[in-house]
Design a protein around this ligand. Sequence first.
Ligand code: ADP
Ligand code: MG
Length: 426
Amino acid sequence: MPFSSFGFSPALLRSVGMKSYAAPTPIQVQAIPAALAGHDVLGSAQTGSGKTLAFGLPLLQKLEQVPLEKPRRLRALILVPTRELAAQVGGEIYSLAQHLPQALKIITVFGGVSINPQMMNLRGGADIVVATPGRLLDLMEHNALTLNDVSLLVLDEADRLLDLGFSAELDRLLALMPKARQNLFFSATFPAEVMALADKLLRNPVRIEVPTEPQTRPDIAQRAILVDANRRTQLLRHLITENHWKRVLVFVATKHAAETISDKLRKARIYAEPFHGELSQGKRTQVLADFKASRLKVVVATDVAARGLDIAALPVVVNYDLPRSALDYVHRIGRTGRAGESGVAVSFISADSERHFRLIEKHQQGNVEREVIVGFEPLEAPMAETESVEDAQPSTGGIKGRRPSKKDKLRAAAAHGQDDVSTRAA
Ligand code: ADP
Ligand code: MG
């Protein structure tokens, strides 16, 4: 079916037409009519399957149908978990709205940058705000906006926003919105406990589930390479050089690892930069822009880069450290193989992470063949079967759910008023 069959306005169709997409993706086909009909939607579809348009297009169509008032009332709020994702989604909505006859005021706000310009931008109101929860709360404390008129709420990466790390901030925001509103929740993953939470917030939602399991994704080739933990950086260098990888996103467990590994790569003349939550926002933005523009070959990142980022034609993702949970694995490897492209996801497996990887495989209901690279044959034997997962992977925790990170704890503390706002992540 073509985009024109949804009944979008000519202006909106023109914006979509400029993107030259052949046809709507399955999640778009299913979610757009439900959202246009006014239903709450819980939409789950794999990474890179076009969820942004699945909520963005109906949102704009709805706003276009009501006459604008002055001052502008904030009618649609889109919440996302990271700053870069806010910028990306805000940009996407902006580009879709550019041909609408009455210009909508779309404001993107996130932490790590000065709040004053954002307050200035919000003067006179806004029609659509794209925000990270922490900065939105800060702005509300400064009386820069209210949520009294929000009739449409989108949670992108909804399971992340509903989990422990954000729940206190989200509760505060939800309490300030009208109860009678339309909710659109989207993610590639919805663990059962989050589903239960979502159920309390949604009214008779239309549930849409397009398969998300990686084994149904021939577009992402998964590889698992056995290597001793202390030889991983050398192996990474070797693989980048041997395979002529043009761009690689490498995931590690800590910001310290991101720093040291990118340093080592640079010393080996491979242009790499770290990307994590304790860099300045200016630096984060720069690194991502350089990477997207292929000015930078390798980004060594923590899970702050795991969700939602759309980096076109990114061929390789490497799990240098395994992710804490199988869900994070789905999101990490989903940075490649987007929108029908193909990609490779390589995981390094050392003696102490073999068992953890098996749990990830179990969650995905598919095994990844173990490889050994000549010259990097592991010397350490995998840990004995009797040891628990927690023992096997002390730094990254168990497989079920997410263990609260330092940032999660800070957020929780902030929500209880024990924190100063500057430590908030977003
Ligand atoms: P998701 O949120 O599901 O991970 P995104 O909304 O970020 O995916 O979209 C991933 C990529 O797919 C983007 O580059 C987007 O421009 C592109 N895209 C969106 N809709 C379509 C479509 N109907 N056909 C082809 N590409 C699309
Ligand atoms: Mg997305």
